[in-house]
Design a protein around this ligand. Structure first.
Ligand SMILES: [Zn+2]
Length: 909
């Protein structure tokens, strides 16, 4: 094996010398060279890798199909045209295959374009099989592994356009594909021979098309930075930029990519983004997740530094690594690779949010605050020896040159070391299995006797989606940690994705309070779901007999016979779906628990007249019910459904999108309303409950939203731009609800409406006087809480919000909402839940300055006129993660007009 590597390295050395003569032999497109030189704003922004384009008869270049070169000013390409190009390439050569992957929310195709030499393309399934063996090497002898490694090919997967405003990568990838097919020279030959290159042309196809429409409608005439119009209100259907934070793969588009990944196991995924100048190449800086393989942490800077070396040798300034994104959260989309023993790579190049050339100010303005936006990326640092310029005229073609030169350099080093990288992939897979034999925890038990198994099923099925094996214990399990009934779910660590299981299920212990992290510090699935997941350090778990679970289906049960069904409120999020599915049926909620035979029927349980339809839905939704012959003698109330509206700003739809997704998933019906509907007023006549999800940065930005420009910015349907005006329409998205909108919200509440605010939106009622007695304060600059999971204390357990919650304290995700302050005399009545705020109360992740939250309200319920305002300082609907908290929101909606008998059951302070 060693000998072979030496030979490959030698081949790589010869190649740059020989490359030039091969190039000379190919006919070139002179117009391309001329145009690219013209569109590149400075000579040092061009490289010898992208200053020319070969012409090969019979093989279409992007221009042959689309009519323009990649990087042409004012040209962006819709997905249908991207796919049209790749399919033309596929028809013209045996070096390309387009593989369908799935369909998006809006029905667009997702495809992967595969490029390699003819032999490889002919035998793709064989190579896929080799990778599957390396991904799961259980049962392979060392000799067999060597044989497979000798024959296998490295898959290097590129993706662009996950973030729709980052418009360059989907354009560049077409030119890259053409070069990989058509260009001669040792690097290209070596790539085609030693590797399989895959390209996801648009990682978020719905958003790509919407953004391109928006660009042609609103942004095409931008000439300067100050002309720039904000992006469209939506990219994909729901979650905007957070499509790169969908750790549980809720979105159908993201789930399709994961399925493709687990079918193919590409050892390297390289996700192309745009933000910081001129090219940042991810190298996995601290904090690093310690569970991932050390090999990965060595590979990342190796490849990044190679790219920097090459690009500096071409004289290209502003290439750097380190210093931007860390390696803590496993929730970024491309992390599917690192999480499965592969390698996520990532670029940020500099983009203009379109394809217009303009002067850009790169250094931050003096006095810009801390945080990523305020950081100066034009300084010389040890990881940035040739920094970007402070000001620059920047073009789409510059952006293309940078990305493409970087990517071709990456392919040069990867193809020269393809066997090493494959060997590493195999070692990382093997190490993951071995770590399950060597290192505690050796596994996890999810006990089968939990009151609500629907949230257990959520966890298990996400683990299964991630390719993690989960078993069902065939008999009672006895371990040092305790005994668990037969049927309990067992996750053993000695499996290929055992490390990922640990990462997802363990408590996150943050390594250094002084390090900031790019995203969430915590994601522990059991805590987020309020389901019991036991970490097991008894190695005997590896020998527990299990049957492997494909999908965990929880059976709904109905005990006994009778004319009335009591559906147990055990915290399942399917309860609200049951209410909505049977919206014409009379439901009551019981206010106190009682016993029916041996079964405890908890407070909040539904009473429903029995019928076949009701029984069927209870079973479909995996709920538990007990049949009764007569109503119990406990207080109860009607569970009528409110007319519900959800408010969204136009400028910050992302966090609202997560709530929309959850409501759609759990079948709650609501009107999505914007400033237009709020300003029109008459809200109480239309709605009983208005929900303002977490969104934007402050109350002020929720009220005033997108800044007005001299001309209106519409988001409306038209034949020319069919993707605009989806999920809401506006003739001008600027200006916000304004103070007149706030007045309408106040009128709504005073006339008997219920206003619910989540997270940052809870600043609004306090700051704008809807709840004049409540103060909303902010933490000090020393405080730092990147989404830890902390303990909160329920103060009024009898309040319907807490139906289904049985402990006095519960885990909640800290949302950086307001530090609320309630007058002393009102506290007993109005504070429903508060943060414990002790060091011990940080259950997972990092909270620096925890004492600032001590005893601060987490939920308050404030009367106003005939209505009330329910303010969550938490966000009970965060990124499809904290599903244990969602029921507080669902309960608040279902019991919106059932004022709790607070004083009788309030816990003394
Ligand atoms: Zn991005």
């Amino acid at each position: 094996m060693k000998k072979q590597l030496v030979i490959l390295a030698a081949a790589a050395l010869i190649l740059s010398a020989a490359g030039a003569s091969a190039l000379a032999q190919q006919a070139q497109d002179p117009d391309f060279a001329k145009s690219v030189k013209e569109w590149t704003t400075r000579p040092e922004f061009l490289s010898p890798l992208t200053d020319h384009l070969p012409k090969v008869s019979g093989i279409p270049s992007p221009k042959d199909v689309l009519g323009y070169y990649v990087g042409t000013p004012k040209k962006l390409t819709h997905t249908a045209d991207l796919y049209r190009y790749y399919r033309a390439l596929e028809s013209a050569t045996k070096r390309v295959k387009v593989i369908p992957v799935g369909r998006t929310d809006e029905g667009r195709e997702q495809v992967v374009v595969v490029i390699a030499d003819e032999e490889t393309i002919r035998n793709l399934d064989t190579y896929k099989g080799y990778l599957a063996k390396l991904a799961d090497p259980r049962g392979l002898s060392d000799d067999q592994a060597k044989q497979i490694l000798a024959q296998a090919k490295l898959v290097y997967f590129f993706s662009g356009g996950l973030h729709s405003a980052e418009t360059g990568p989907p354009e560049m990838l077409m030119e890259l594909a053409y070069r990989l097919v058509a260009e001669e020279g040792l690097v290209f030959d070596q790539v085609r021979k030693n590797m399989i290159v895959m390209i996801a042309p648009a990682f978020e196809p719905d958003g790509r098309d919407r953004y391109v429409d928006w660009y042609y409608h609103h942004k095409i005439n931008e000439e300067t930075e100050s002309d720039r119009v904000p992006g469209p209100p939506y990219w994909g259907k729901y979650i905007y930029h957070d499509n790169n934070r969908d750790i549980n793969y809720s979105q159908v588009t993201m789930r399709n990519w994961l399925k493709f990944y687990l079918d193919w196991h590409p050892p390297i995924m390289h996700d192309l983004h745009e933000s910081v100048p001129f090219l940042y190449t991810f190298s996995g800086q601290a904090p690093q997740n310690p569970t991932l393989d050390p090999i990965l942490y060595a590979e990342l800077p190796w490849l990044s530094n190679f790219e920097m070396t090459k690009m500096f040798s071409y004289g290209m300034p502003g290439v750097w690594d380190h210093g931007y994104v860390d390696m803590w959260s496993p929730g970024y989309l491309g992390f599917m690779s690192s999480n499965h023993n592969g390698m996520l790579r990532m670029y940020e190049t500099f983009g203009n949010g379109g394809a217009n050339t303009m002067k850009r100010t790169v250094a931050p303005e003096p006095g810009a605050g801390p945080g990523l936006g305020g950081e100066n990326q034009t300084t010389r640092e040890w990881y940035r020896p040739l920094p970007p310029y402070r000001e620059v005229v920047w073009s789409m073609r510059n952006n293309t040159n940078y990305m493409e030169t970087g990517v071709l350099s990456a392919l040069e080093v990867a193809s020269a070391n393809a066997k090493t990288l494959l060997q590493n992939f195999y070692e990382k897979s093997r190490n993951s299995i071995q770590s399950g034999f060597n290192d505690a925890p050796f596994g996890f038990v999810i006990p089968a006797n939990q009151a609500d198994m629907t949230r257990v099923a959520f966890i298990v099925n996400i683990l299964r989606l991630q390719g993690i094996e989960v078993g069902r214990a065939t008999s009672e399990v006895k371990l040092k940690e305790g005994s668990y009934p037969a049927g309990s779910l067992i996750v053993k660590r000695n499996q290929p994705y055992g490390r990922l299981a640990k990462i997802l299920l363990e408590k996150q212990v943050y390594p250094d309070q002084n390090l900031r992290t790019y995203d969430d510090a915590a994601w522990t699935m059991g805590l987020m779901s309020h389901a019991e997941v036991k970490e097991i350090s008894d190695k005997a778990i590896l020998d527990v007999p299990v049957e492997l679970v494909d999908t965990l289906n929880v059976r709904g049960t109905i005990q006994g016979d009778g004319s009335l069904l009591a559906v147990l409120h055990n915290g399942s999020n399917s309860l609200v779906a049951l209410r909505y599915r049977l919206k014409d049926v009379k439901f009551e909620a019981i206010e106190q628990s009682f016993k029916s035979g041996d079964t405890e029927i908890p407070a909040g349980s539904f009473l429903i007249p029995a019928s076949d339809r009701v029984r069927t839905e209870i079973q479909n939704l995996s709920l538990k019910a007990v049949a009764l012959s007569a109503p119990p003698s406990v207080p109860r109330h009607d569970l009528d459904l409110p007319r519900l509206a959800m408010f969204s700003t136009w400028g910050s739809t992302q966090d609202v999108g997560w709530v929309r997704y959850a409501f759609d998933h759990f079948e709650l019906k609501y009107d999505l309303i914007y400033k237009e509907q709020i300003r029109k007023g008459n809200l109480r006549a239309l709605y009983d409950v208005i929900l303002i999800p977490n969104q934007s940065r402050s109350a002020k930005s929720i009220v005033f939203d997108v800044e007005s420009k001299s001309t209106p910015i519409d988001y409306a349907k038209s034949n020319e731009f069919p993707t605009l005006g989806m999920y809401g329409e506006s003739s001008d998205i600027t200006g916000g609800m304004g103070l007149e909108g706030v007045v309408e919200l106040d009128k709504f509440v005073k006339a008997g409406g219920v206003l619910i605010t989540l997270g940052v939106a809870s600043f609004l009622p306090a700051d704008y006087g809807l709840t004049p007695t409540i103060d909303a304060q902010r933490t000090t600059p020393q405080f730092y809480a990147p989404g830890p999971i902390v303990e909160a204390e329920i103060m009024q357990p009898a309040n319907p919000i807490f139906y289904g919650y049985t402990s006095k304290t519960i885990p909640v995700r800290y949302a950086n909402g307001p530090l609320l302050r309630v007058p002393v005399d009102d506290r007993k009545k109005e504070i429903l839940m508060r943060f414990s705020g002790t060091d011990r109360s940080v259950l997972s992740g990092l909270m620096r300055g925890v004492a600032e939250t001590r005893d601060r309200p987490a939920i308050v319920d404030v009367p106003s006129g005939r209505g009330r305002v329910l303010m969550f300082a938490t966000n009970p609907c965060y990124r499809w993660q904290n599903l244990g908290e969602f029921n507080m929101l669902a309960n608040a909606i279902l019991n919106y007009n059932d004022t709790p008998k607070a004083s009788s059951s309030a816990t003394a302070e």
